[in-house]
Design a protein around this ligand. Structure first.
Ligand code: ADP
Ligand code: ADP
Ligand code: ZN
Ligand code: ZN
Length: 751
């Protein structure tokens, strides 16, 4: 294309965070990939500058009145930003939404499936909302469309191997010889000496579920009329059908262990009323299709031969194909979105946009390869290309060389992190990047080395006959005292095996995941790692004052913002607006506290230091040890006072790792710890894992990154594929063995 016809997003003099007057042109309607070590400034350009300005411009389209209600986006620190279009950020934030949000609803596939049933289902049921569990007309009346209901935990309520005399009824109130127990025994045709397992069906039905009825009975020498009802029926009416929260705390505690959430007995989890469930296409009802894996569902849909429904069938298979294309064929439409992983959530969001009709949008992706096996990365690439070919600008932050390959344009940010980064070190093609001599270019050319001197396990932790989700009776030993990698394509069962089954047996394991750290808005790396306590003490003794002064949670805090540095203004029911505190200017402390110095620096100045600067500044042994741990996990560039809420998932994971590094004899479980890590930092991460193992710990890591997998002492490979085609251990052994294993997809890629 002629250079003069090519349009660009133009950035001049960008200075957000660590950016050093960055000027840059990003070609429109092309794929541009940002690379560089973590902390180099990729997000500062892509999110804090481009996306922020697009959002701000979008808000300016609203009237002044509406705008006062919208979150305010400050203008990014840059000289000029030109040619921006609307930006859509497709990130890894989990899709919340509760039980009424499913894969089908979020991708807009469920409404089309409902339309199909209203047109082609037999016997005919209309209107279309009869097929929606979110619609009062369609939802199962028993569970209100949730598919689950509170019920009595039968295994705890009755023991059928006992008689009434032996205490077969374990619900509260029925201890042998108690009033309720005596009434029950007196009232019925029950033989108190007979085991419940020997009762006839009718007897058992009456004992457990009998409706309330009056019975004349001999009691205390007199004939009286008493009301009796089945024990489960009575418990249900008293505690489950009524809001338990209105009962006394003591009652709640006694009763709670007997209540469990189970599948709704009326719709069997299908969430819909009977009319909808009786309606079928080629023998399947809508609930059965929603519970089918997408890979199989698409075949069933394509077999529907009905002239009237043809356009709906086509629309449906097109969207389902998008899910297959992105490697989500192992998911079902009825899967609740809040159970999806970060990577899965991002891919689901991507599908939603692919089906939409927006053009000239700037799509921004944050490491879309997360959670994808090397085998499936090309599928992601195809989708990125499709978005581009529809006339959109695609901007991606990515570390995976197989994704970087599809870039029309690469921007490498660096050379290092924090103040040592913030410049563009290379711009051009993928080939150009390889020859550029930058950290990214150089690391991409390095060949993979397989570990040969694998450690010998010190013992084993067995998993026996696990069947959760897709696991097919998996029995496998996790070796102790070594570095074990759990591998396999997405949906093969890695997380189910380790996070659900293994951690269920070993709740004492140290889990290093990507979930947010820090419970309060006041948390930062210094408070999280405990450095802040030592720093406060040092300031107090150097100045001979109380250490509480140096805490922004207490006396020393700026009174206007209570030590937050920002002030939140709530406007009605909308998101609150955050503004810098006018009194302390964001420094969080009272003016007089800032007068106290430690080696010439105020407490606010210390909190503005990066880990690297703090390592130069402090000599205190404990502080240095904690700082060094952060430096070791590649977090040199973060500042001590940066709110934890501004850290990415990968950074959160590494800060957790840093604060757990000194433990010994423990089990560590990590889920994709390379997320957000540049190739050049993976060596550091491996060094830390090895140090943990050498110190006597057991380290278990779920990973797709081949550099990490190649350095395992032991590999457990799940597969062979995802969902119902997975759930088995296809290989156990060392890296040099797995490359000879035909069955293992991971082995093939390692080779
Ligand atoms: P990357 O995306 O390449 O990992 P970032 O753009 O997130 O890098 O970070 C670049 C630098 O800016 C780092 O030193 C980081 O600590 C700093 N930084 C990023 N966000 C903030 C923030 N909200 N407040 C203060 N510093 C920040
Ligand atoms: P991996 O970690 O290898 O990507 P998972 O363990 O997440 O695989 O998934 C294995 C299978 O279990 C998949 O078919 C997935 O859809 C299913 N699964 C995982 N979590 C849940 C859940 N919370 N509810 C229902 N099915 C689940
Ligand atoms: Zn129901
Ligand atoms: Zn303040």
């Amino acid at each position: 294309m002629n250079e003069s016809n090519q349009e660009y997003i133009v950035i001049s003099g960008a200075r957000e965070n660590n950016l050093k007057n960055v000027s840059l042109r990003i070609p429109k309607r092309k794929i541009t990939i940002f690379t560089g070590v973590s902390g180099s400034g990729k997000s500062s350009i892509v999110f804090d500058t481009i996306a922020a300005e697009s959002q701000r411009l979008l808000n300016e389209n609203f009237s002044m009145f509406v705008r006062t209600f919208l979150p305010r986006f400050p203008q990014p620190d840059a000289d000029a930003l030109e040619n921006l279009s609307m930006a859509v950020i497709v990130d890894q934030n989990r899709l919340g939404g509760g039980s009424h949000s499913t894969m089908g609803t979020i991708t807009d596939i469920s409404p089309i499936l409902r339309l199909l049933f209203s047109r082609a289902g037999q016997p005919h049921v209309g209107p279309v909302n009869m097929f929606s569990f979110n619609d009062p007309q369609g939802m199962c009346p028993e569970c209100n469309g949730i598919g689950r209901r509170l019920g009595v935990d039968m295994s705890k309520a009755v023991d059928k191997s006992k008689s009434l005399n032996e205490g077969a009824i374990m619900l509260p109130g029925y201890t042998v010889d108690s009033l309720d127990w005596s009434m029950l025994v007196q009232s019925g045709p029950y033989d108190p000496a007979k085991k419940l397992s020997e009762y006839s069906d009718e007897e058992l039905e009456q004992l457990l579920y009998g409706k309330a009825r009056k019975v004349a009975t001999q009691f205390g020498g007199k004939m009286i009329n008493i009301t009796v009802e089945g024990v489960i029926e009575k418990f249900t009416n008293k505690y489950i059908k009524q809001d338990l929260k209105t009962k006394s705390e003591r009652t709640q505690q006694t009763v709670a262990p007997f209540i469990t959430e189970g599948t709704c007995s009326s719709c069997h989890g299908a969430r819909l009323g009977q009319a909808a469930l009786n309606c079928r296409i080629n023998g399947h009802n809508i609930a059965e299709l929603s519970a089918m894996e997408v890979g199989q569902l698409i075949r069933v849909i394509r077999e529907i031969d009905d002239a009237i429904a043809a356009p709906v069938v086509n629309a449906l298979s097109e969207r389902l194909q998008h899910l297959v294309d992105i490697g989500l064929d192992y998911l079902t439409l009825d899967r609740e979105t809040d159970t999806l992983s970060g990577g899965e959530s991002q891919r689901v969001k991507m599908v939603k946009h692919l089906s939409g009709s927006l053009v000239d949008v700037t799509y921004i992706f944050d490491e879309p390869s997360v959670g994808l096996h090397p085998r499936d990365v090309h599928r992601l690439n195809e989708l990125l290309k499709k978005l581009r070919d529809k006339g959109n600008t695609v901007i991606v932050v990515e570390h995976d060389p197989d994704v970087i390959k599809v870039a029309d344009h690469v921007v490498d940010v660096g050379p290092h992190a924090g103040s040592h980064g913030g410049t563009i070190v290379f711009e051009g093609t993928f080939q150009g990047l390889l020859e550029s001599g930058t950290l990214t270019g150089t690391h991409m050319k390095r060949p993979l080395q397989l570990k040969n001197d694998c450690r010998q396990p010190t013992g084993k932790l067995p998993i026996k006959e696990a069947t959760l989700h897709n696991l097919r009776n998996v029995s496998v030993d996790i070796p102790t005292g070594v570095l074990t990698l759990v591998t396999g394509v997405a949906g093969s069962g890695k997380s189910t095996l380790i996070n659900d089954v293994f951690l269920g047996q070993h709740p004492d394991a140290i889990v290093i995941d990507q979930s947010a750290v820090g419970v309060s808005t006041r948390s930062n790396p210094a408070t999280y790692t405990g450095i802040m306590d030592d720093v406060r003490k040092a300031f107090a003794s150097a100045n001979k004052v109380n250490q509480g002064l140096f805490s922004f949670n207490s006396k020393g805090a700026c009174e206007n913002c209570q030590g937050l540095g920002v002030v939140y203004t709530d406007i009605g029911y909308l998101d609150s607006v955050k503004l810098p505190c006018e009194v302390c200017g964001g420094k969080r402390f009272k003016e007089e506290v800032l007068e106290y110095k430690l080696n010439g620096k105020s407490i606010a100045e210390v909190l503005e230091m990066t880990v690297e600067q703090a390592l130069d500044f402090f000599q205190l042994k404990e502080v240095v040890r904690k700082l060094q741990a952060m430096s070791d996990v590649g977090l040199n560039y973060i500042t001590l006072g940066q709110p934890l809420s501004t850290l990415s998932g990968g950074e959160c994971q590494r800060i957790k790792l840093a604060s757990e590094l000194h433990k010994k004899g423990s089990i560590y479980v990590m889920d994709e710890p390379t997320t957000g890590l540049h190739m050049s930092d993976i060596g550091h991460l491996l060094a830390i894992m090895n140090r943990l193992v050498d110190a006597g710990n057991t380290v278990i890591v779920i990973e797709h990154n081949l550099d990490v997998i190649s350095q395992a002492d032991w590999i457990i490979d799940m597969g062979p594929d995802g969902g119902s085609k997975g759930g088995q251990v296809v290989f156990e052994g060392t890296p040099s063995q797995i490359i000879h294993e035909q069955q293992s997809i991971t082995g093939r890629y390692l080779k």
